[in-house]
Write a protein that binds this ligand. Structure first.
Ligand code: XCC
Ligand code: SF4
Length: 672
């Protein structure tokens, strides 16, 4: 057996090279033993297309596709490598922005249905946030019933998508200087959908053929995502399902239970998964599960659906992007329920080897061989119950299974509202303490470690390396998406991580506030929370008057999706320095590579650079942070200066169990 496995592996990587995560490694060995493929092995078996991966293949018309491989070569129409790489990049932005924004649109439609009393099982969980958003949107709140406000807010949000002229309202959250810059360059999104259509139009054969001009519209479409579609998604999710605050939960494949009906929710939207969660605690269904021989019903998540349910309800996470196949590989999943985005087509075929049912639910997503039970928010609870019942019925069909015994405790739930409250206290919610800590040098700067897993790299390895190295340098980490799950799996989303990894200054701040040094801020649409924090930090004063002044960096070290390109672009267009790992998708053109970095930096103060080596990512991030500190006239970072105060509070907290510690820190019991 071992020999056979060795032979099959031949050119492939070992499980240790494929993933840093011991749970993943165990499942990768099982995959080999069962003779099943995964994204890891398929990536090993298929090299990326050398032309497409550098952005040098144009297939926007059928005189081509044209593959530009030699210097000075053009397409049949005469398109240059600069135009082709820029067009490909802009189209990726458009697709990514569409995915995020459409998610926001669906939440606006759900809010409208809730306001009209037509959405079974839903209610408005955060009326305060609804009122704040209403005021921002110029909607009257005084003396009006919540439903009436929700109706107007839902409609105003929906209107931002179809708006044709003017400005998308939410850009008002950005610092004044930033808005002026966007206006100067005609980069303010006129409407969320309009800017996406504009990108698709101008990158059609025979339109915009100036790379700088194409990419400028790319930024505009991406801003419509970051300060539009995604921001709507975050705000409305909080209004409908609750604004997150810290809670205790668990991560990794070990959250799958051997003697319960296991249901995994995977994808991105909280709308159905929240109802499935409700259905799993339905006494009738729990009783039904017991009749079928199970001890109960266990819900866990994968990818950003997981982040949504984890942040708000503490539903444990079975893992990030590359765990979707590995979860099925355990043989212990009765149903994997998927909604939209990041769902591998390999799932239904893989599931045929076990008893697992893969259930698609979105009207937009069907997968051949998967079961389709279409979701409709008007009958959400009934549909959720039907799905849970199906999973229970499937429990007796479970065969041999193997669940890796790995979990780690996590404390997620850091919405921008909570961070504000945590730092300033209930009487004086404020970012002042954070600004002060950065200004004094206790915190050297902030890095957002975000984005996907990619089987072209070792799963989680770069996320993990960056986080540990940056913590040592007194850098505060904020995280979303699959990056946050990577940190969670390795115990970094805990106060303990400050003791073990944080530099002396950052550790002092964590001790004083009780916060972990790595803050899980949510799903990928919740990167907008980071934009909001940055804007509020600027408004607080002392760290410049624009986002581009703040000593902060965004890194997506293991990215793979078009959404990641849209996020990187709106962050850069908002003034941030963004580093992307894995591969430069515009490598075919040196000019376009420079346009995205030095070109954009000169124009909007933010830039995207593609860096593959983790050490180099850390070096550049720190260099940027120190450069921004110097520009603000702040003292140079000095690791010797802080951390001489006693660690008694931390030691006291460490002596408690995770649940008691959460209660002591956040004033709420675990899992509440
Ligand atoms: Fe998808 Fe959001 Fe990437 Fe993870 S991080 S692989 S996009 S789930 Ni957004
Ligand atoms: Fe080729 Fe030009 Fe058509 Fe692109 S647009 S496929 S470069 S002919």
């Amino acid at each position: 057996m071992a020999q056979e496995v060795e032979k099959k592996r031949k050119k492939g990587r070992t499980p240790e090279e494929q993933s840093l995560d011991p749970a993943a490694r165990e499942m990768l060995i099982r995959a080999e033993q069962l003779g099943l493929t995964t994204a890891f092995s398929r990536a090993d078996a298929m090299a990326p297309c050398p032309i497409g991966s550098t952005g040098s293949c144009c297939h926007v018309c059928f005189m081509g596709p044209c593959r530009l491989v030699k210097d000075g070569q053009t397409g049949v129409c005469g398109a240059t490598i600069e135009t082709i790489t820029a067009r490909n990049f802009a189209r990726a932005i458009a697709a990514g922005a569409s995915a995020h924004s459409d998610h926001g649109r669906d939440l606006a439609l759900t809010l409208l249905a809730v306001a009209k009393g037509e959405a079974q099982g839903y209610k408005i969980r955060d009326p305060f946030k609804l009122a704040r958003l209403a005021e921002e949107l110029g909607i009257a709140t005084q003396g009006r019933p919540v439903e009436a406000i929700a109706l107007d807010v839902g409609q105003a949000c929906l209107d931002m998508f179809g708006q044709q002229t003017g400005e998308v309202r939410m850009i008002e959250r950005a610092p004044a200087k930033r808005k002026e810059l966007w206006r100067k360059y005609k980069m303010v999104p006129r409407g969320i959908d309009r800017e996406v259509v504009d990108v698709l139009h101008r990158t059609h054969m025979g339109d915009d053929q100036d790379p700088e001009h194409i990419l400028s519209q790319g930024m505009r479409a991406a801003l419509g995502d970051g300060w539009g579609g995604s921001m709507v998604a975050t705000d409305l999710s909080d209004i409908l399902f609750g604004t997150p605050s810290p809670l205790v939960s668990k991560m990794n494949l070990g959250v799958i239970k051997k003697d319960e009906v296991n249901i995994i929710v995977h994808g991105h939207e909280p709308t159905l998964s929240e109802m499935i969660l409700a259905a799993t605690s339905d006494p009738e269904l729990v009783e039904y599960a017991k009749q079928k021989g199970a001890k109960g019903i266990n819900l866990a998540g994968i990818c950003c659906t997981s982040n949504e349910t984890l942040m708000r309800q503490g539903v444990p996470s079975a893992g990030n992007f590359l765990h979707q196949e590995l979860a099925i590989m355990t043989g212990a999943i009765e149903a994997m329920v998927v909604d939209v985005q990041c769902i591998m087509q390999a799932l239904p075929d893989l599931a045929q080897n076990f008893h697992t049912e893969v259930i698609t639910t979105s009207p937009k997503v069907k997968i051949t061989k998967a079961i389709h039970i279409e979701f409709d928010e008007h009958h959400a609870l009934d549909i959720a119950k039907e799905i849970v019942r199906r999973a229970i019925d499937n429990y007796p069909n479970r065969g041999e299974f193997q669940i890796p015994d790995f979990t780690s405790d996590v404390v997620p739930g850091f919405s921008h509202e909570y961070i504000n409250y945590m730092l300033g206290g209930s009487y004086r919610s404020s970012f002042r303490p954070l600004n002060d800590a950065i200004m004094s040098g206790r915190i050297r700067g902030v890095v957002a470690d975000v984005g996907c897993n990619n089987p072209r790299t070792t799963q989680d390895a770069t996320h993990d390396y960056l986080v540990r190295e940056l913590l040592k340098q007194d850098v505060l980490l904020v995280e979303t998406g699959c990056g946050a799950i990577a940190s969670g799996k390795f115990g970094l989303l805990l106060g303990e991580a400050a003791m073990e990894w944080a530099g002396p200054g950052l550790r002092e701040v964590c001790e004083a506030t009780g916060m972990p040094p790595v803050l899980h801020m949510g799903s990928c649409v919740d990167n907008t929370r980071i934009l909001t924090v940055l804007s509020q930090v600027v408004a607080e004063g002392g760290l410049g008057d624009d986002i581009s002044d703040v000593p902060a960096v965004g890194i997506a070290p293991e990215w793979m999706s078009e959404k990641a390109i849209s996020i990187a672009t709106y962050c850069a267009a908002s003034g941030a320095y963004v580093i992307m790992g894995v591969k430069n998708p515009v490598e075919g053109s040196q000019e376009v590579t420079e346009l995205l970095s030095t070109g954009w930096e000169a124009k909007v103060g933010g830039k995207i650079e593609f860096v593959v080596e983790p050490q180099e990512m850390v070096r550049r991030a720190l260099e940027h942070i120190d450069k921004k500190r110097a520009a603000l006239g702040l003292p140079a970072y000095d690791p010797e200066k802080f951390g001489r105060s006693g660690d008694w509070r931390m030691q006291e907290l460490m002596a408690l169990g995770p649940a008691e510690r959460a209660e002591a820190l956040y004033g709420q019991p675990a899992g509440d």
